[in-house]
Write a protein of this length. Structure first.
Length: 190
């Protein structure tokens, strides 16, 4: 009996690899250094129909605000295999009383009502967005090492907030992922 050699088509393997890379990116975000060792990072992977819902919401925001950048980035999301969401729960203090939040001390900051602005929830303890940035850099580095094209996008986070994809988060950023013939996030020419 003759057996056919197993074959995985390149595009199928690439899609699988992107999802595996996305999982490794979540690990990198989780293990990134955090202020005072307090981990308030929240992560998720969005793909398939849910990814397209994010793109639709981005287009809607672009229409409402008259901002073409949302529509351009929505096309990038549609053309991506997956999106990694990295977020932070930033509306509680780390207790350093530095005043970076704009209040006298952490006690005053903690008393303030935290509310949704145009895109994110504020006020923020200044250290939490810093932790988010470090987690984002760690995640993007993993994608880069694995040759997965990516770009950190705030507009994805805006749509993810409105869709309540990570309801405990006060700020969300998105990293779309693709493996195509060119990097669609930086070379946006036709």
């Amino acid at each position: 009996m003759e057996m056919n050699p197993p074959i995985i088509e390149g595009t199928d393997a690439e899609k699988e690899a992107i999802l595996e890379a996305a999982k490794l990116m979540l690990v990198a975000a989780r293990t990134a250094p955090k202020t005072g060792g307090k981990d308030d990072i929240v992560t998720a992977i969005v793909y398939g129909h849910e990814k397209d819902l994010v793109a639709e919401k981005m287009e809607q925001i672009g229409e409402e605000r008259g901002l073409e950048g949302f529509k351009r980035d929505a096309k990038n999301v549609r053309d991506s295999e997956a999106v990694v969401l990295v977020a932070v729960k930033g509306n509680k203090s780390v207790g350093l009383n530095c005043g970076g939040c704009g209040f006298e001390n952490c006690e005053e900051f903690n008393k303030q009502e935290k509310k949704l602005g145009k895109d994110f929830i504020g006020a923020q303890c200044i250290y939490k967005p810093l932790d988010l940035g470090i987690a984002l850099g760690s995640a993007a580095k993993v994608a880069s090492i694995l040759n997965i094209d990516n770009r950190i996008m705030y507009r994805i986070g805006s749509a993810a907030m409105k869709l309540k994809l990570l309801p405990e988060a006060s700020v969300i950023m998105g990293i779309p992922l693709s493996a195509l013939g060119k990097n669609i996030y930086f070379d946006r020419s036709k």
